[in-house]
Design a protein around this ligand. Sequence first.
Ligand SMILES: [Zn+2]
Ligand SMILES: [Zn+2]
Length: 375
Amino acid sequence: MRAVVYHGPKDVQIDDDRPKPRIEHSEDIILKITKTAICGSDLHLYHGNIKGMEPGQVLGHEFAGIVEQVGDRVEEVKQGDRVVVPFNINCGRCWYCRHGLWSQCDRSNPQGELGAVFGYGQNMGGYDGGQAEYVRVPYANTVPLKIPENLSEEQALFLSDVFCTGYFGADMANVQPGDDVAVFGAGPVGYFAVVSAFLRGAARVFAIDHWPARLDKAKKAGAEPINFDQEDPISKIKQETKCRGAICIDAVGYEAVGHHLHDNSANPAYIPQDSLQVINWIVQAAKKFTTVGIPGVYLTEYADFPLGQFFQRELQIKMGQCPVKKYNEQLLHLIEVGRVDPTQLISHRMKLDEAPKAYDMFDKKEDVTKVVMTP
Ligand SMILES: [Zn+2]
Ligand SMILES: [Zn+2]
């Protein structure tokens, strides 16, 4: 089969003769992929930043498709069902899964204490990803979510990650009716954090980024764009909120603009190579005594973390990897009844064969907001 394979930093290739996955355990299914997306966190892999990602692994943790084959003990889905699959792999039976803490499954990752993720290297379980013609999905009585008749796989696709992860950001930040919210980063997760903040009753949502195409998508979702190349997001947010500040969501993580030498802001206030740029803005822009939601990925320790300011302004932090199953069914229903159309985010529809080009385009960002590929 054809698959998108990691060969090294900035080197993603199509392998034509990858063996088709087969049932390895009685609770496995083999899924024929019909839609798959590239995620911002695939770019962390693409940049060679993820430990345990070795050449030869199939990429991709955002995918939907048709069940082609089921193991002997699979009862919850059958051949021909269309499903969307969460990026985190959940056994359904360990202590964490039984308590709904899906992203910390104790059994799915034989390599360590973190829960497993599709297509994310040995440290995250070593499972092949879904940017391929087929993928093996384990624990199929727990993991896949059936797509209702009236929805396409493309409409349900972002329930694999970015819609749920954006909602998780708004949930962690405890967005309440009437809140003013600031979403830092208008990439796919930021976009859905904007959508989700409004679903939870936000009065106003500010979207902070510097890519016009991304700010434009956020604006279409109802946000007020702030381009940090043109204005200081902290004073803008303060000015618009009678100096109170906003409920803040960090949908960027450690690869903020300036983290890479090639990717600098025109804003002179921006400190190059400062991975904590977003946190340093948030600690000043956040409304006192609120919770900052951080669905953006952080990987290492930071000596200059502004802990004192967090204490003084009585800010809480909630962060981590979204437990997708906590949200995907409810969010699916919002799509089903037409309240949310996630396909609005898509800027590029491409063939799986074009994946190397798609990774390069998504990495450069520019006018790319989300790439969906069809095998
Ligand atoms: Zn993702
Ligand atoms: Zn588990």
